[in-house]
Ligand binder design. Structure first.
Ligand code: 6PG
Length: 250
């Protein structure tokens, strides 16, 4: 039985990122204390950039970087040097500024023109890292996610094929409205995590957020609704603008 989500509302985006940074530090140190390492999947898009900058500056000394292993919950089908690359964003905002070994960073090999092959390769990398046999679903310590104004998360867009995936961990998902494939974690992998944390900022997200947290539209139309760990924590870090459509004051 999944636990109810925690809604952590802050007034400004900066306060949202500070609260999220505290949670990353707490999660990291707990994971290392209990399991000897911290496996985190980074979110893409623009919102998390300020969190990554904070982790690489203010929180720099509070994180066990040598025991931290980085993955991406989704990636655009572009090479790592492309301005659209989620890897590039995290590299510039954080990874290039912290003492982390190259062997601790597992980027999506999205330069390969065959998107399906990229997803297969990344799933193999994940299974090797977690020593997860076929049929087993590995548990990340923390998966960071964003949400689009249409309610998509990672690259699980409304009414797309990847939403039906029941066994694969990573798939190439064709997104008609973007006319491209995206490489994305699937719901089974997201929902096996020990903690999933959403970062949502800005008024353009308010109506989708209302629908996701308080509405009754199906998850097919608002996939962020479907990201809910089966046996783990779900935290929504929101700023006032994003939360402006919520009726419940939590
Ligand atoms: C991506 C993301 C995607 C993102 C949302 C929100 O690759 O684009 O993983 O799911 O989190 O689109 O994007 P913004 O943070 O830019 O609003």
């Amino acid at each position: 039985m999944s636990v109810p989500p925690e809604i952590r509302k802050r007034t400004t985006p900066q306060e949202l990122f500070e609260a999220a940074a505290e949670e990353v530090v707490r999660c990291a140190n707990q994971a290392v204390a209990q399991r000897g390492r911290f496996a985190i999947a980074l979110a893409g898009g623009s919102t998390p950039k300020n969190l990554y900058t904070l982790l690489a500056t203010n929180a720099r000394t509070s994180l066990p970087w040598d025991r931290t292993y980085f993955f991406w919950s989704d990636e655009r089908h572009v090479p790592p040097e492309d301005p659209e690359s989620n890897y590039r964003m995290a590299e510039e905002a954080m990874l290039s500024k912290i003492p982390v070994a190259a062997g601790n960073v597992f980027r999506v090999p999205a330069e390969n023109p065959d998107a399906a092959a990229v997803a297969e390769a990344y799933e193999k990398t994940l299974r090797k890292f977690f020593a997860a046999e076929a049929g087993q679903v590995p548990r990340f310590d923390l998966i960071l996610l964003g949400m689009g104004p249409d309610g998509h998360t990672a690259s699980l867009f409304p009414e797309t094929a990847a939403l039906q995936e029941k066994s694969r961990l990573v798939v190439a998902n064709w997104v008609e409205k973007l006319k491209t494939s995206r490489i994305t974690f699937t719901l089974p992998l997201l929902n096996a995590a020990r903690c999933v944390a959403f970062l949502v900022s800005g008024t353009d997200k308010a109506s989708a957020l209302h629908e996701v947290l308080e509405g009754d539209a199906p998850g097919e139309q608002y996939p962020a609704k479907l990201a809910h760990p089966d046996d783990g924590k779900l935290i929504w870090f929101l700023d006032r603008a994003a939360a402006s459509g919520l009726t419940q004051s939590n």
